[in-house]
Design a protein. Structure first.
Length: 193
């Protein structure tokens, strides 16, 4: 073995030794009180007493819904105060059934959150189709009136006019549940409104 080979071998064996001293130094720095240079002891540690009355607790509750979407809101409604998670409905075009519904909801003095509840409710019931018919019960139209002929009290064109059906549906919801969110809470709990 030549002189150069022996030097390289000595350097390679020194690397693990240096690594050991480096790690040992880090451990010692952690155990030494940085203010005095002494080993950390109970006398150099700061102790804080905790008063349980000042502690706050976070309770996470699962809310029914599709998930956490921007623009959604949690609403407590109904006699049993059931929780709803309702996504804020997109603003509708004025010439659509939802646009007519928004105009009528606003005319009743209800806020936009009530419109969002109405959108969720009637998407579930009829998907906002004016001719939606439930094959088992015979419920008809956007609000799924049962019997269908009740819609006639809002106008003679009840079979084809979304505005007539929406007027009747909002009147029904108002008299029975006070608001669309109240009707939605009942529907969530009972699968009907």
């Amino acid at each position: 073995m030549g002189r150069h080979s022996a030097k390289r071998a000595n350097r390679r064996s020194a690397i693990p030794t240096l690594g050991f001293f480096f790690v040992a130094g880090l451990v010692m720095v952690s155990a030494v009180d940085p203010y005095s240079g002494n080993l950390a002891s109970a006398s150099t540690m700061q102790a804080f007493e905790q008063d349980d009355r000042d502690n706050q607790q976070l309770k996470i509750v699962q809310v029914a819904g599709d998930g956490f979407d921007r623009g959604g809101f949690e609403l407590v409604s109904g006699a049993k105060a059931s929780k709803l998670f309702v996504n804020s409905a997109p603003y509708p075009s004025p010439d659509t059934a939802k646009g007519v519904a928004l105009k009528l909801v606003t005319a009743k003095g209800w806020e936009y959150d009530q419109f969002s509840c109405l959108v969720k409710l009637w998407e579930r019931e009829s998907n906002w189709r004016v001719n939606a018919t439930n094959s088992s019960s015979g419920a008809y139209g956007i609000p799924q009136s049962l019997p269908a002929s009740k819609l006639a009290s809002a106008g003679a064109d009840w079979r084809t006019n979304p505005e007539t059906q929406i007027k009747w549906g909002l009147g029904y919801i108002s008299s029975r549940y006070s608001s669309p969110c109240g009707a939605l809470a009942h529907s969530d709990e009972n699968n009907w409104y």
